[in-house]
Design a protein around this ligand. Sequence first.
Ligand SMILES: [Zn+2]
Length: 433
Amino acid sequence: MRRGVAVGRTLALMLALALIAGGAHAATLIHAGRLIDGVSPTASLNQTVVVDAGKITAIEPGFRAPAAGDRVIDLRNGTLLPGFIDSHVHLSDQQSRRTELERYTANEADRAIDAVVFANRTLLAGFTTVRDLGDGSGAVIALRNAITAGKVPGPRIVAAGKPIGSTGGHADPTNAYSRRIEPIDGIEDAVVDSPDAARKAVRQRYKEGANTIKIMASGGVLSNETHGLNPQMTEDEIRAVVETARDYGFKVAAHAHGAESIKRAVRAGVDSIEHGTFMDDECIKLMKQHGTFYVPTMSAGQWVFDKAQDPTFFPEIIRPKALQIGPQIKSTFAKAYKAGVKIMFGTDTGVSAHGDNAREFRLMVEGGMPAMEAIRDATSVPAKFLEIDDKTGSIAIGKLGELVGVPGDPLKDISVMEHVVFVMKDNTVYKAP
Ligand SMILES: [Zn+2]
C-alpha cells in the first residue's frame, strides 16, 4: 500500500517533468505523403495530422511546421492509415509442432506470458484493436485489463474468453485425453449439450468479464477430432446462446466450416460467421438476408495447408482436414465477395504467426477485393461492428490517435501493409520511421 503511494508520486513527478521539458502542449505532427482515412473512397495527398493528448485535433493540407516541443513524424514517402483491426485472433496461443504436447504441459501462467509477447507483436504490426475469439486460459481477459490500464503495450482487445461448443467438438479441451486425466464437469470448459447449458455458458462468460461470445457451430481443423465440417450444435442451442447473449449486450461469432452449420448459425441470429469454408449459395443468400458478417481467415487456411505438406507436422487426425479446408477458403472468399456478403478482415492469427496478420490484406486483394475495400474492412467497418467507431476506425478530428504508417502506396502494392513503419496508440509512438 505505502509502496503503491510512493510509486504513484514518482510517476506524477516524472509526468510533471516531462511536461515541463516538452512544453505543456507538445503535439505529434504526422506529415503524410498520402492519407487513407478508412472511410473516403480515395486517398488525399500531402496532409498533416495532429495528435494532441491522444486525440486527433487537426487534419490539414500541406506539412505544418512544428511549434517548439512538437514531435514530427516524417511519413512524406508513405501512407498514413487508421490503426488496423483484426476481427479474429487468439493472443494466448501460437500453433507449432509442440502444440499437441503443450495441451498437457502449458499452464495458464505460460499462456499469460506468451499473450503479452504476442500482443506486443500484434501492435507493432499495426493492429491497434483485435477481437480475440477464444482463449481457454483466462489470460486474454487479464491481458485486456492490463493493456487498458496502461501496464503493458498491446492492441485494444475485445475478448470472447472460453469458446462455447459441444462434447467432443472443436472447443472441447479434453478431446483425446486419457480417461485417467479427463475432468468430469464439462460446463467449466464451456462444453454444452443443451439450450439450458448454452444459456449458462453465456452467463458464465459474462461473469468472467468477456466482451463477446464465440461458439463452435462445426468441427474444426486443429482439434483432436475426426470431422472438420460437421454441425456440432443444434439450432436450438445456438438460438439459446444468441438470445442470452443479447440480454448482456454481447454479439455472437460462430466458427463454422460446413454449409449446414453455417445455415443453423445464421438462422439462429449470430452476428458473424468465422471461416465459412464450405458456404453454398443458400448460405450466401441467408447471410445477405440476415446481414451476417463473414470473417474469412484466409491466413489460417493458407498456413494449415502449407504446414500439412510436411507429413510430420500435424498429428495424423488433423492433417487430412488441413489439406481439405485450407485451400477452399480462398475461393469461398472470392465467391462471397462477388455475391455481396458483408466482410470483415480477420486472420485467426495464433494459427499463423502473431505479427503476420497483415498478410491477409494481400490474400483479400488476390481474391478480387479492391485494396481500398480491404482497408475499410480492417478499419471503419469492424469499428462500427464492435461499437467503438466513436474512438477509432477512421482518421477524423476527435477520434483517438490510433494511427499506422506504411511505406509507399498500398493502393498500388498491397504488400506494403506487411511493412508497417509507424504505430501510434495511447498517445505513445511505438514505432517511428
Ligand atoms: Zn479461431
